[in-house]
Design a protein around this ligand. Sequence first.
Ligand code: CU
Length: 457
Amino acid sequence: MREIACKLHRDLPPTRLWCYGGALPGPTFETRSAQGLFIEWPNELPAKHFLPIDHGLHGAEADKPEVRGVVHVHGAKAPPESDGYPEDWYVPGKSRTYFYPNQQEAATLWYHDHAMGINRLNIYAGMFGLFVVRDDAEDALNLPKGPFEIPLVICDRLLKEDGQLDYPVSGNPDRPWVPEVFGDVMIVNGKAFPFVNIEARKYRFRVLNASNGRFLHLSLSNGRKFHQIGTDQGLLSAPVPLDRALLAPGERADLIVDFSGHAGEQIVLMNDSFQVMQFRVAAAKSPDTSVMPATLRAVPKIAESAAVKTRALALIENMNMHGESTSMLLNATPWHMPVTENPALDSVEIWSFINTTDDSHPIHLHMVRFQILDRRRFEPFFYQTRGEVHYTGPATPPAPEEAGWKDTVRADPKMVTRIIVRFEGYVGRYVWHCHVLEHEDNEMMRPYDVIPVPRGS
Ligand SMILES: [Cu+2]
């Protein structure tokens, strides 16, 4: 973890950033499934933070060191002591070595800061990077690779005229926290509005939405369709044709785009009607021997009947008398309260997110992968007053591109979103949280315990 100065654009002076290694994003870890690795994560940050800390937030009190860091590999099935628990932060001059067993299938994971109460600021400052897991099954598919496989780490930022990061604050100097941050500069792989020279052939793009709060709705300016082949936790069962890819903060999409027949064109990757980056297409230098297979890998459905427990977990937003958001809660419970979710190792549970708020919250569970069962509209007022869920529409299954292994799921507003999870991996304490980072830092995070299998079961 280091402070660097980095030019985000040709026409901007260098921007102060906090990164892993010497660049934004940090170095990409190229790893193999089942080949464990140790990573040492030294904290070499300066002693003072340069973004506005809110000392009223849990874990960021004035008696805590200003600069703290702890690394979480998002999507990794890691033992609890290597998962980057938010309270396991350490200060400049200190270091931790974590072990990643990599006992999991090929997927696009990413690593980022997770320090309690300042996580949103550290990630905004640049503390993130990719962690790619590969395996033989994926290699055998002959997908586009080498120079034709390009990661696209996308985030939005607000920049001042001098090129420095601008993190917005509330009107209250004692409580600078704001409930959402949306930038007007799109940054891809550490560059603002970049272009890339490519060939007229198939490409694989591993897309990550590393934004604090912005949901991405990605499309191509020429209206061309593309295929999604993977989601958070690796390949789908089959490619899904799309003209728009939706990524909430924290989500990943593995895309195949075929540029053949487009030599000489400039195609823009759009987020709604805003430009993200440009593809400058030249003739292919050699024949494209990569393929997009009709089937990718088996994604066996977890049967609902396998679940030993269903948890109803309300997502709540607290408002002050001015109608301003003061915090958001999971299971209507703040962070410091005792653990309420304690699944047994290897057991299957259904978690039902009852979203009473007006926002979509991308809910991320550490350590596990899961499947989305369905989403269903309900009547929030009736729930808030009577504690009963009254459905007002039919249950809808996940979109085909969400029907793979996930680790982050959109809990849409006024909907009940159900996921099914097998708690495979390790016994110990983890967290689950909203991946809108401003929400996560203000109580929208809870500890959970994976407990040993009870005796006699
Ligand atoms: Cu949220």
